[in-house]
Write a protein that binds this ligand. Structure first.
Ligand code: G3H
Length: 197
């Protein structure tokens, strides 16, 4: 793979409420973001688009590949968003109000914190790396691949190529109207944040 394009799903109904986890649909704005991404890539070969198993990434990829013959969508459970365990489908405000200990401990160590009956950034890493390895294997010698992921997943993927300090990883900016273009060979490293919407 020469070019790894790393995008996040567009806006969801959960995003509008600051609600985490779950399996929310894209909003009208999210669908427009998906169409903008498709337009941006209309002349770029995209033989493989990897997603999670969540609707928001699948809807994004489906619009991206619509009407294209060269574009195969492959969902990988390894790329699913961080499992927030008992906090799935809650808003950050609800967590702070109803589970103040979760809020406090996570604020103290966002990278190391593991949600009760869920995951944390530190434990997510292994599964996401497995997903990326699987994607690279399945795409063989394709020049380009796209991953449509999630906030915590994309932070983890970026940190694999780019960031070193683990405490910074949960704070990397992962917008919904830009993608990362990553080239990572021994002789050439490129990380470009490109606006498409
Ligand atoms: O829980 C889902 C979020 O996308 C991850 O964001 O780690 O900043 O809470 P957060």
């Amino acid at each position: 793979v020469r070019n790894l394009y790393l995008a996040r799903h567009g806006e969801t109904f959960h995003n509008l409420e600051n609600r985490i986890g779950g399996d929310s649909d894209l909003t009208a704005k999210g669908l427009v973001q998906a169409q903008s991404l498709a337009w941006h890539f209309r002349e770029t070969p995209l033989p493989y688009v990897f997603t999670s198993t969540r609707k928001r990434t699948l809807q994004m990829a489906e619009l991206l590949c619509r009407g294209r013959e060269d574009c195969l969508v492959i969902p990988l459970p390894e790329l699913d968003e961080i499992d927030a365990g008992v906090c799935e489908n809650m808003t950050y405000a609800e967590i702070a109000r109803d589970m103040p200990e979760v809020h406090e401990e996570r604020t103290r160590d966002k990278y190391g914190y593991v949600y009760p009956r869920g995951e944390g950034y530190a434990t997510l890493r292994e599964r996401v790396e497995r997903g990326v390895r699987k994607a690279l294997y399945l795409s063989g010698n394709a020049e380009n691949i796209m991953i449509v992921g999630h906030q915590a997943v994309n932070r983890t993927i970026l940190s694999h190529f780019l960031y070193r300090r683990t405490e910074d990883v949960p704070h990397i900016y992962i917008p919904q109207d830009r993608y990362f273009h990553i080239v990572s060979t021994p002789s050439r490293k490129v990380f470009e944040l490109v606006k498409f919407g």
